[in-house]
Ligand binder design. Structure first.
Ligand code: 9MJ
Length: 469
């Protein structure tokens, strides 16, 4: 083979990897998307013609592989543990006291990390190359999702050497997430396609990783943050802080809001800071993980059956309140999907007045046995749309009324069709000329992501359509 082609492929692989890292991990691209695409297309062309040049860590491997029939299972080299929870400062102080007693030492410092609300995964690198990715599963055995994880742009396919070294084996653990804005647009697109929306970013991340066809995973905006290790060969760390610094240098995204090597008092102060910061983050967190910084101490503390003694999850108070459902109305979407929405007695949940909650679909209402006039527990978690968690049944007084989906479209009065999608029933108005659908189509057309027509908002569209203009 012509050496020029071999060199060109190697150069493109190296450069594309570097640009992808700059874009997806450092958030600091130095070339345009068009230039990146041009280089990628050229590399695909070369690798298609000369498949022997298509190395396992080539950036072309991120587009997905042929679909699987089923996921294989794999045992973790070391069990993937879950975390015990702390709910107040007292729980954390007791955790600290247990550690002091257990170690007979008082020089304990901690590392604190945002507790990401995603899907825990393990990535195995052999001689620096990603060879296996698994879900946590039951902690002992997980599902093999290597091809899916390869499509996550911020996951390095090959480790950067650090101080000239590549470990023989490095297992890295982290959380796959979807940022909130990406989640919103994913759901928006799904709604437009008449597909079932995801309830929250974590479900969207889990659903995207669980695809047998990795090209579907490749189309989803997945991200990762790493925070720990499994089996190590040819590398070791003396502190959690050192481990995190290494992972960052090796090319992984490590969260920016981690504090390293701090006292118990600073841990408690850090929790309050993180809680205040939470709304401003681009992704959902549900607490803070506190880890003993010294890894020798971690080993000495060991673990219980399912959780380590050297770490604890300090959970944020759930932002939830009880309120009443005054009515249930039905919204007609752009593609005619009928969505029931609960109109709530307005209630302040963690500083935000909530007066509506989506009920998703008819099945959700049946499953939770939700009725008009019911008192309900509403949660406003990281996800933007408030959700009804459950009905407070012992507050029922007989005034509750069952809700049923209308037989005809509440806007155009034409008949409704039922569809089964992903085990749920979707009610749809199939009248293309339904006024609600026309309004939603126009709203979509002028929206930021489409024609971005400034000044043509909901109110004007309503008037134009109502006036038959
Ligand atoms: C999350 N979910 O962000 C751990 N986690 O450490 C962080 N989870 C963990 N650490 C040991 N930051 C077990 C789980």
């Amino acid at each position: 083979m012509d050496k020029k082609i071999v060199d060109e492929a190697a150069a493109l692989q190296k450069e594309l990897t570097e640009h992808s890292y700059r874009y997806h991990v450092l958030d600091d691209p130095v070339i345009s998307d068009a230039e990146y695409d041009r280089m990628l297309r050229r590399l695909i062309q070369i690798e298609t013609q000369f498949p022997q040049l298509s190395v396992p860590d080539s950036p072309t491997k991120r587009v997905g592989a042929p679909p699987l029939d089923a996921f294989e299972q794999a045992d973790h080299s070391l069990p993937m543990l879950s975390l015990d929870n702390a709910f107040d400062d007292q729980d954390v102080k007791e955790f600290h006291q247990r550690i002091i007693k257990n170690l007979s030492a008082d020089d304990i410092t901690y590392t604190i990390e945002p507790k990401l609300d995603g899907v825990a995964v393990e990535l195995r690198y052999e001689q620096g190359v990603l060879t296996l990715a698994t879900t946590r599963g039951d902690g002992v055995t997980g599902e093999v999702i290597t091809e899916n994880v390869r499509t996550i742009r911020s996951v390095p396919l090959r480790l950067n050497p650090v101080d000239g070294n590549i470990p023989n084996i490095l297992e890295v653990r982290g959380e796959v997430i979807i940022k909130r804005d990406k989640f919103e647009s994913l759901n928006h697109d799904r709604e437009n396609m008449g597909e079932q929306v995801f309830a929250n970013p974590r479900n969207a991340a889990a659903g995207s990783l669980r695809q047998l066809d990795s090209s579907i995973t490749a189309s989803r905006p997945l991200d990762i943050f790493v925070y720990g290790t499994g089996l190590l060969e040819g590398i070791s760390f003396s502190t959690q802080a050192e481990l995190l610094d290494y992972l960052k240098s090796a090319g992984f995204p490590v969260n920016d809001h981690i504090k390293k090597n701090i006292s118990l008092d600073a841990v408690l102060a850090g929790y309050r800071e993180l809680d205040a910061l939470r709304q401003t983050l681009a992704y959902d967190i549900d607490g803070m993980v506190i880890k003993v910084n010294n890894i020798e101490y971690q080993h000495r503390l060991g673990q219980k059956i399912k959780s380590p003694r050297w770490a604890i999850a300090y959970k944020f108070a759930a932002v939830e309140e009880i309120t009443k459902i005054n009515d249930i109305v039905v919204q007609v979407g752009r593609t005619g999907t009928l969505t029931p929405v609960a109109l709530l007695e307005p209630v302040n949940i963690g500083g935000v007045i909530v007066s509506r909650a989506t009920l998703h679909n008819e099945d959700e209402i049946k499953r939770k046995d939700i009725r008009i006039n019911d008192s309900v527990l509403v949660i406003r978690s990281g996800d933007v749309i408030p959700k009804i968690i459950k009905v407070i049944k012992d507050q029922r007084d007989g005034s509750e009324k069952n809700f049923s989906m209308p037989e005809v479209c509440p806007v155009c009065s034409k008949s409704i069709e039922k569809e089964r999608i992903d085990k749920s029933t979707i009610n749809r108005c199939v009248n293309f000329n339904c006024q609600a659908q026309i309004k939603e189509r126009l709203r979509h057309f002028v929206s930021k992501k489409a024609f971005n027509i400034d000044g043509l908002g909901k109110k004007i569209i309503e008037q134009l359509v109502d006036e038959q203009l």
